[in-house]
Design a protein around this ligand. Sequence first.
Ligand SMILES: NC(=O)c1ccc[n+]([C@@H]2O[C@H](COP(=O)([O-])OP(=O)(O)OC[C@H]3O[C@@H](n4cnc5c(N)ncnc54)[C@H](OP(=O)(O)O)[C@@H]3O)[C@@H](O)[C@H]2O)c1
Length: 253
Amino acid sequence: MPFIDNYFLFAYIWIAIGFISFPLILKYDAPYGRHTSSDWGPLVDNKLAWIIMELPALILCPLIVFLSENVLSNLTKFFILLWVLHYFNRSIVFPIRIKTKKKKMPFIIAFLAIVFNIVNGLINGLYFSNIGYNYPESWILSPQFIFGIIIFIFGFYINNISDSHLISLRKGHDNKYVLPQKGLFKFVSCPNFFGEIIEWLGFAIMTWSIAGLAFFLWTFFNLVPRALSHHKWYKEKFPDYPKSRKAVFPFIL
Ligand SMILES: NC(=O)c1ccc[n+]([C@@H]2O[C@H](COP(=O)([O-])OP(=O)(O)OC[C@H]3O[C@@H](n4cnc5c(N)ncnc54)[C@H](OP(=O)(O)O)[C@@H]3O)[C@@H](O)[C@H]2O)c1
C-alpha cells in the first residue's frame, strides 16, 4: 500500500479509537490533579510527569518534519512553529510554573499521556512532512486560514490566561483549591479547557487537514469529560458555587 493510503488508514483508526474511548473517558474521572488517586497503581511526581509526558509531542512532530526530504513551504513551517510554541509552553513552561509541590499522579496516566503524545506527534509530523509540506502562500488568503488563525489565537490566549489565573490562585494557599472568579471563569468552570479546544479547532480549520482534525477531536474527547468532572467537583466543594456557571462552553454545557 502506498504511504498516503497507510497514513490515512492510521489517522482514521486513531480517530475511531477516540470515538470509542469517549464514553469511557466520560465514565471515569481522569485521576490526576484534584481527582488523583492511589487506586490506579504506583504514583509519580506530578511536575516531572507533566514534563515527560508532553515532551514526545514537542520533539517528535518537528523532528519528523526536520528529517523529511521534502522541502517545506513557509506556511508549513509556520504551522510547525505554532505547534512548537504550544508544546514548549505545555512541556517546559507550564510544568515549571504550576504549584503542585509533593503532588503525585498515577504512573498509568503519565504512560497513557505519553502514548497519546507520541501518536499525535506522529500523525501531525507525518502529515506536514509528506502531505501538507507545500501549502502555497496564497493559502493565507483562504477563508480556512483567516478564520482558523483567528480562532487559534483566541483559543491560545484564553487557554494561557486561564491557566495563569489558576496558577496564581495557589499563591500562599499550598496545594489548596480556591474558587476562581475572574475573566471567563465567571461563565465556565474550565475556561482553560475551552481555550484549548478552540485553539485546536482553529488549527484544524487553518490547516484543513486530517492531522489537525484528529488532534481537535482528541482534545475534545479528553477535555469535555474532565471539565464535567471538575464542574461537579466544584459544586460539591463550594456550596456558594455560582448557579449560572457552565462546565466548559459558555451558556451551553
Ligand atoms: N489537548 C489535550 O488533550 C489536553 C489534555 C489534558 C490537559 N491539557 C491542557 O493542559 C493544561 C493543564 O490541564 P489540567 O487538567 O491539569 O488542568 P486543571 O485541572 O485546570 O489544573 C491546572 C493547574 O491549576 C491548578 N488548579 C486548578 N484549579 C484550581 C483551583 N480552583 N485553585 C487552585 N489551583 C487550581 C491545578 O492544580 P492540581 O494539579 O493540584 O489540581 C493545576 O496545577 C490545560 O491547559 C489543558 O487544556 C490538554
